[in-house]
Design a protein around this ligand. Structure first.
Ligand code: DAH
Length: 344
């Protein structure tokens, strides 16, 4: 081992030993200058590399690198220790350290269903509709009978639900009972409301069915309301919700509380109508049911069907949310997975 290598080894020992005694940031700075600064043995040895013989150069190079690495590693460790000690002593001496990073509150956000609901409110608000809230626990009469579904009517099977222990009280299966409640409150004035909220059905749960879901009902009652008003309103809503290129069709259907009745379909926004997995190859996606309010339902609401007419619709808010955000399983909406909810 030549003289320089010996010197380097001594320097490493001396450097590590003196670092042990360093106890504050100033001393650490001085140590850094002495052992790794411009005039340190390590740095000056690098500067003199050219003066060594060809044989010596790799040996000395390796030796100086090893010393530098060892000193730097020890320095990094010491820096951490000193920083921590400085923090502890500042915490002990000052009660409030405004330089400490604060704790950010976790920010909440709206559920995608609520985002959709607010958009529904905004759209219909612009069209002059009011929001009318109506109970989720309903009487059998409101949920069925006054909507022209008398006891033992087979249509009740379509809306099987949860019955409570109170005779004649059910969890509502649709927002339609709000039609009766709002008509009774508004009579004899015109009605132009949306009725949003939760509905329950006895369902087999799968990718597109849940036992609990949100719906909004649309109801307009006045003199001279026609099917064309309904078609225009629903098409306008669809365009405002899904973009100007969205378009709809009405498909003949049957509901006991409307006559005539229709299903509102929107041309599939995923494939543009040519057929894909989402629309099951049909090119159309069902948004809800609609129709002209049945004369008997108008009567139950207090309006004379000889003088007044109206239209109604029921649209799924969960379904609309899935389409708006391209979500492929309705069950995500209610299983409270933070990773899902944080995306909105
Ligand atoms: N209540 C129906 C359901 O939940 C949807 C519906 C259909 C509502 C036609 C309406 C309507 O107002 O006119 O399945």
């Amino acid at each position: 081992m030549n003289e320089i290598e010996t010197q380097l080894q001594e320097e490493q020992q001396a450097g590590l030993a003196s670092l042990e005694r360093v106890a504050d940031p100033q001393a650490l700075d001085t140590w850094k200058q002495t052992h790794l600064g411009k005039t340190s043995l390590v740095m000056t040895t690098y500067g003199k590399m050219g003066t060594f013989s060809k044989e010596e150069r790799p040996l000395i190079g390796r030796a100086v690198n090893a010393v530098k690495v060892a000193l730097e590693a020890a320095l990094a460790e010491k820096e951490e220790v000193i920083k921590h000690e400085a923090l502890l002593s500042s915490m002990a001496s000052e009660k409030l350290d405004v330089t400490l990073p604060g704790f950010l509150p976790r920010r909440g956000r709206l559920h995608p269903i609520n985002l959709t609901m607010r958009e529904v409110f905004r759209i219909f608000g612009d069209m002059g509709f009011q929001v009318y809230s109506s109970p989720e626990v309903e009487t059998d009469d409101m949920n069925f009978t006054y909507l022209n579904i008398p006891p033992y009517h087979p249509a009740r099977d379509m809306w099987d639900t949860f019955y409570t222990e109170d005779e004649g009280v059910v969890l509502r299966t649709h927002t339609s009972p709000g039609q009766i409640r709002s008509m009774r409150e508004y009579y004899p004035n015109p009605v132009r409301v949306i009725l949003p909220g939760a509905c329950m059905r006895y369902e087999q749960q799968d990718q597109s069915h849940e036992i609990e879901f949100m719906q909004f009902e649309l109801l307009v009652v006045d003199k001279g309301v026609t099917f064309a008003h309904m078609k225009g309103t629903l098409d306008d809503f669809t365009k405002r919700m899904f973009g100007a290129s969205a378009y709809t069709r009405l498909r003949p259907s049957h509901f006991p509380f409307t006559e005539p009745s229709a299903e509102l379909d929107m041309a599939c926004i995923f494939c543009g109508g040519s057929g894909c997995g989402v629309c099951h190859g049909t090119g159309w996606i069902e948004l809800g049911g609609c129709g002209m309010v049945h004369p008997r339902v108008l009567e139950y609401g207090g309006y004379d069907p000889e003088i007044y007419s109206g239209f109604a619709a029921g649209v799924g808010i969960d379904r609309t949310t899935l389409l708006r955000y391209h979500i492929d399983d309705i069950r995500y909406l209610r299983n409270n997975d933070i990773r899902f909810l944080e995306q909105f």
